[in-house]
Design a protein around this ligand. Structure first.
Ligand SMILES: CC(C)=CCC/C(C)=C/CC/C(C)=C/COP(=O)(O)OP(=O)(O)O
Length: 277
């Protein structure tokens, strides 16, 4: 393995110290508790740097792990990443295979990390669409970390928000009308005029894939894209959107700092909007 030169080592130490100092100052202001990210531009990054597409996704996975570390340093409890949408199954088999193998590696790495760090890992999406091996790995990791609450990392795989809402409505109906033996209690706020149980927002939110997290305060999308692309549409009504003109592998602590400064600039307005709900 190539050894780092002394000037390079000194540069890295100084950069880390400056980052920690900047983060400390940032934390004196109002902080987001949940950052979500659409990790766009990995293939474009690879093309621009004359790498193969897979190398772009490797660099993206690395950038995601750095982002989680920065959020940990900033004491931001919830991080959610859009790793694979249900639409992404339409991509070339080689590309789907690459992201699935990154998912396998990430599960293995997170399984190791969570043996020492109290990180809760949650997978949001239709996990039935994953291979049995990946589904079992994801479920085991979720179960093993379910009691941790210091930091919650949600990886959205085989996810799209319309499917999340549909699935939640189905589960709410099944629970209320088929599993649940309800009483026709006229004092029940959830009752219709005829005394029948009705589905409420509380039911829908309880069954969402994202039920373990509060709504995001900030949604970052890289590669200068401005669309939500079926990601967390239910959860982002009052979320600050940040479209960054860089590819996801280029996301670093300085861009994250600017995004949080922008959130702090709009904080009073956003807080008022949330209170008015
Ligand atoms: C934990 C885990 C599984 C990490 C996955 C790594 C990762 C960065 C996935 C990105 C997923 C994705 C389909 C991005 C969008 O397009 P694109 O970036 O492929 O390409 P484009 O926007 O340049 O077209």
């Amino acid at each position: 393995m190539e050894r780092e030169s002394l000037p390079r080592k000194i540069f890295t130490i100084c950069k880390t110290l400056v980052r920690k100092l900047v983060f400390r100052v940032l934390r004196t202001g109002p902080m987001p508790s949940h950052i979500a990210v659409i990790m766009d531009g990995n293939r474009r990054y690879a093309k621009r740097n004359r790498l193969n597409e897979g190398a772009g996704h490797d660099a993206g996975a690395m950038a995601l792990f750095y982002l989680i570390t920065y959020c940990y340093e900033l004491r931001i409890k919830y991080i959610t990443a859009y790793a694979f949408s249900t639409d992404n199954f339409r991509r070339k088999p080689q590309e789907v295979g690459k992201i699935m193998s990154l998912l396998r590696e990430s599960i293995a790495l997170l399984t190791k990390i969570t043996k020492h760090q109290p990180v809760r890992v949650h997978f949001a999406g239709n996990l039935e669409l994953l291979s049995a091996e990946l589904r079992d790995g994801a479920r085991k990791l979720m179960e093993a970390t379910a009691e941790y609450s210091k930091i919650v990392v949600t990886i959205c795989v085989c996810y799209c928000c319309s499917d999340e809402i549909l699935n939640s409505v189905e589960e709410s109906v099944l629970e209320k009308y088929y599993n649940h033996s309800y009483t026709r209690d006229s004092d029940d706020d959830n009752d219709n005029d005829d005394g029948r149980d009705i589905i409420t927002l509380v039911d829908i939110e309880k069954h969402m894939y994202m039920a373990v997290t509060p709504d995001p305060d900030i949604l970052i999308r890289t590669a200068h894209e401005h669309r939500l692309s079926n990601f967390l549409q239910w959860q982002t009504s009052y979320t600050q959107l940040a479209s960054l003109p860089i590819d996801f592998p280029e996301l670093n602590s300085w861009q994250l700092t600017w995004v949080i400064l922008d959130f702090q600039r709009h904080y009073d307005y956003l807080a008022r909007k949330k209170l008015q709900r």
